[in-house]
Structures are given as structure tokens and as C-alpha cells.
Design a protein around this ligand. Structure first.
Ligand code: TYC
Length: 117
């Protein structure tokens, strides 16, 4: 299990100096907050080859051939589909990488991110 934002803090701004010169430090309980999650969504189009979409899903979203084929077909038949779910900066990076790579290969494939709830 990952501690997303482990944030140890002192419970007061100033440590308490006692008469004997020792310093008493009290730690607050760690704050455990999960980052908001975003879905990386693939959009269907009429031109990007199915094999190219499958390759993208394998390369950028760590899917095996069966998983990638299923997601590609979901996008093809339903118009959109979720490639993966990540914290915002990772989702943005993956969507940009996919869009840039698709464009570099001459395909109109579009990837966007959507807040997950
Ligand atoms: N509709 C495309 C075709 O028939 C395949 C495709 C699937 C394109 C998924 C984009 O995100 C996509 N070649």
C-alpha cells in the first residue's frame, strides 16, 4: 500500500523547551490523502488503424494483446473507452504522449483526460 502524501509534522510551531534543556517533540498523525484520479480516454475515429490503437494501448498502458484488443473494440463500437486511470499529472503526460505519437505517425487518434468522479 502506498502512502501518497506522507506528511510528518510537528504538532506545534515551536518545540517545548523544558528547564533541563531537553526539547520535547510531538509528532502529529500522518496525513494520508489519495490524489484525485483522472481517466485517460481514447476517442474513436474512422481512420486510425485498429492495429495502431492496440499498439498504443500495449506500449503506453501496459496492456497485453487481449486487453488492448478489448479496449480498442470498445472504443470502436461505443465511441470512447478508458485506457487507464491515474493521478492528474501522469494522466496528462500519457494523453500528450499518445496524441503526439499518433500525430507523428499521421493518425488522427485523440486521447483526452476526464476527472473520475
Ligand atoms: N474506428 C477505427 C477503425 O475502424 C479504429 C479505432 C479504434 C480508431 C479506436 C480509434 O480510439 C480508436 N479503423
Amino acid at each position: 500500500m502506498v502512502d501518497w502524501h506522507f506528511n510528518p509534522r510537528l504538532s506545534t510551531d515551536e518545540p517545548n523547551e523544558h528547564e533541563d534543556g531537553d526539547i520535547a517533540v510531538q509528532t502529529a498523525p500522518p496525513e494520508l490523502k489519495r490524489p484525485p484520479l483522472y481517466a485517460v480516454v481514447l476517442l474513436n475515429d474512422d481512420y486510425t488503424p485498429m492495429d495502431f490503437v492496440i499498439e498504443i494501448l500495449q506500449q503506453y498502458f501496459a496492456m497485453n494483446l487481449d486487453q488492448a484488443t478489448q479496449v480498442m473494440l470498445t472504443v470502436h463500437y461505443e465511441g470512447k473507452g478508458i485506457a487507464g486511470v491515474y493521478p492528474r499529472d501522469i494522466a496528462e503526460t500519457k494523453a500528450n504522449q499518445v496524441n503526439n505519437y499518433a500525430r507523428s505517425q499521421g493518425h488522427p487518434l485523440l486521447c483526452q483526460i476526464e476527472p473520475k468522479n
